[in-house]
Design a protein around this ligand. Structure first.
Ligand code: BJW
Length: 244
């Protein structure tokens, strides 16, 4: 389906564009959305039982293994047409800021540069105690493995519930959202803050806000354009319409 002509006009006139992506953007690459990741073995746990520091301290092996399973899925995933369309979109505007909640690195793999990864990256590992990145450790059979410097537990370098996001990244994301002419919210349920505050900031500052999601979210009734569909279909259509 062709995107609305008024949206294409807004995009043609836009100088500053900000984009927030969520798990839905990687769904067509075979990476389960955050809430869909509770399948099979993991169906008995809610994300809040696995993605918090308290959950990790309660059962580090369980949480490490959940991430090991997801890391393996991500390792086999390739960028899809939504990721690629965002690379092309970036080239059309003097200022373009891509902000993702995804931890899979697929935007960068597609060719996007200057991506803000609000919730970290699943491929990196850090020490729970020292909070520093660790790249090598001894395979002793411990699950999770131990920090080679302090012997603390290793964990993925992602942002769990009740942990703070990088203040620098969040400020940059907030400034780009609040000064955007057009803001796109793509493939996110809009439930998790502070990321969910970015479209709200954009709306508050008068940006044209667009949502791309096959399901309604808390933003759907508030945005200027709600495009109900899969990102891997809707985004390439948007880019094609801009080219015409
Ligand atoms: C498609 C599609 C296709 C499918 N195309 N679309 C009350 C009010 C406000 C805040 C809070 C509150 N109570 C608690 C809080 C704070 C909390 C929070 O927001 N909780 C809410 C649940 C209420 N936030 C935090 O704790 C944050 N930190 C913080 O606030 O610090 C201050 C603080 C300190 C101390 C105490 C309290 C606060 C940190 C949040 C970190 C989130 N981390 C996670 C895990 C990352 C690591 C990992 O991946 O394991 O990030 S949680 C999880 O949710 C993950 C995601 O990035 C994030 C967002 O999920 P997303 O991307 O939206 O995915 P889904 O699955 O929810 O939705 C997918 C969407 O795609 C759906 O809509 C589909 O329809 C759609 N879709 N196919 C397009 N083809």
């Amino acid at each position: 389906m062709k995107p609305p002509a008024e949206l294409i006009e807004k995009l043609r006139a836009a100088k500053r564009v900000a984009v927030l992506t969520g798990a839905g953007v990687s769904a067509e690459s075979g990476v389960p959305t955050f809430r869909d990741a509770q399948t099979g073995l993991w169906a008995q746990y809610s994300p809040e039982d696995l993605a918090t520091p308290r959950a990790f301290l309660r059962n580090p092996k369980l949480v490490w293994e959940w991430y090991a399973w997801r890391r393996e899925l991500v390792a086999g995933a390739k960028p899809n047409p939504a990721h690629l369309a965002l690379v092309e979109l970036a080239g059309r505007f003097p200022e373009f800021q891509l902000i993702t909640q995804n931890v899979d690195g697929l935007h960068q793999q597609a060719g996007s540069r200057n991506v803000i990864e609000l919730h970290g990256n699943i491929t990196r590992t850090k020490c729970f105690d020292e909070r520093t990145i660790v790249t090598e450790w001894a395979e002793t059979g411990d699950i999770p493995p131990k920090c080679p410097r302090c012997g603390g537990l290793l964990r993925p370098d992602v942002v769990w519930f009740e942990e703070t996001l990088s203040a620098t990244d969040l400020n940059t994301a907030m400034r780009a959202s609040a000064s955007s002419d057009v803001f796109l919210s793509i493939g996110t349920s809009g439930l998790v803050y502070p990321a969910a505050g970015l479209p709200i900031a954009a709306l508050g500052h008068g940006a044209t806000v667009v949502e791309i999601n096959p399901q309604p979210t808390p933003f759907t009734a508030k945005v200027h354009f709600a495009l109900a569909g899969a990102a891997g279909i809707v985004l390439p259509e948007l880019v094609t319409s801009l080219r015409e």
